[in-house]
Each structure stands twice: as structure tokens, then as C-alpha cells.
Design a binder for this molecule. Structure first.
Ligand SMILES: [Zn+2]
Ligand SMILES: [Zn+2]
Length: 179
């Protein structure tokens, strides 16, 4: 690949990474704001909403599970979203980047909770914010858990929080939909 080719690739890689981070925030926001009170729901309640509520109460509980148990619900969400995008838009570097980053969102989140689980290269990526750093993620765990929903990098949350994105989104929704 030529230097120009690599140069043209970088924006696509960055776009995919940031898109995955944003979508991780959307899914996490749904879990946090739609899930409470709906833990009894079949499938989503047991597999998504309940573990999410437990995570706020006991943030390190999910670190005591295995790799597959910690990640499979994320894969179940990423797979159809990525497949739909690939079918609709064709094979694009930014979609593959987003799919791969999204598939590892839960594990990146785990590394933000326990640095000792992260490989050495991941610690370096945390230090530049490409992977979410423990200090950054800790801001989500400050009650009432209403900011820093994105869990892949340190780069998207400040922009969304600056524009009060989640607050404005919630204003658009019918009352009673979110808790
Ligand atoms: Zn949360
Ligand atoms: Zn967390």
C-alpha cells in the first residue's frame, strides 16, 4: 500500500472507531434509562437490564465472569447492526472498524475497571484515550450515572456532554418511556 493509500485509510479508521464509541453510548444509554423497572422483561430484562443495574451497584461484578459471558450480548447486538450496514452500504473500512471496535466494547469497558486485565499495549492506548481510561469511565459511575455513556474511547463523551446530547434526546421522547 502506498503512503497516500495509508493516509486515506486513517480517516475511515477514525470514523469507524468514533462511530462504534457513539453507538456504545446509545446502547448503554438505553440500558441505563430504559431498563430500570423493566428487569422482569423476558430476554432483555434478564440478559441486559438486570446485569446493567448490578453493574452500577457493584461495578466489578462482571469482571468475575468469563470472557464469553462478559461479551456475548455485545456480539449479539453488534452482529445484526454491522450486517445491516454492510448490506446497505457495502464493504467499507469504516464499517469493519466500527464492527471490530464494537465487538470489543465490553472488554474495553472491563479494562477500564481493572487495568491488570488489560494487555500492555491497551494500557498505552488508554493513556492516549483511544481506549477508554479508568479515570474517564469513573465519571459515568458517579451517581446519577447520567453522563459519559460511551465506553470505547475518551474522545466522544466530552463532545456529547458539552452539547448535553443525552438530555436533549430525552426531551424528545414521550414521558414515562425512560425512568
Ligand atoms: Zn451506566
Ligand atoms: Zn462501568
Amino acid at each position: 500500500m502506498t503512503a497516500l493509500g495509508i493516509l486515506l485509510l486513517l480517516p475511515q479508521l477514525l470514523l469507524g472507531w468514533l462511530l462504534a464509541d457513539f453507538l456504545s453510548g446509545v446502547l448503554h444509554w438505553i440500558e441505563d434509562r430504559f431498563g430500570p423497572g423493566r428487569e422482569h422483561w423476558p430476554v432483555l430484562g434478564r440478559l441486559i437490564f438486570t446485569p446493567n443495574i448490578i453493574h452500577h451497584a457493584d461495578p466489578t461484578a462482571f469482571l468475575r465472569t468469563g470472557f464469553v459471558e462478559r461479551n456475548w450480548t455485545t456480539w449479539a447486538a453488534v452482529l445484526p447492526i454491522a450486517a445491516l450496514m454492510l448490506i446497505a452500504l457495502g464493504s467499507q473500512v469504516w464499517i469493519w472498524t466500527a464492527a471490530i471496535a464494537g465487538a470489543f466494547a465490553s472488554e474495553i469497558h472491563a479494562w477500564a475497571h481493572r487495568k491488570t486485565m488489560a494487555p500492555r499495549w491497551a494500557l498505552w492506548l488508554q493513556s492516549i484515550g483511544m481506549l477508554q481510561s479508568p479515570r474517564h469511565h469513573a465519571l459515568h459511575h458517579v451517581p446519577d450515572h447520567r453522563r459519559h455513556y460511551c465506553i470505547i474511547s475518551d474522545w466522544v463523551n466530552p463532545v456529547l456532554d458539552h452539547f448535553e446530547f443525552w438530555h436533549h434526546l430525552e426531551q424528545l421522547l414521550p414521558k414515562g418511556l425512560i425512568r
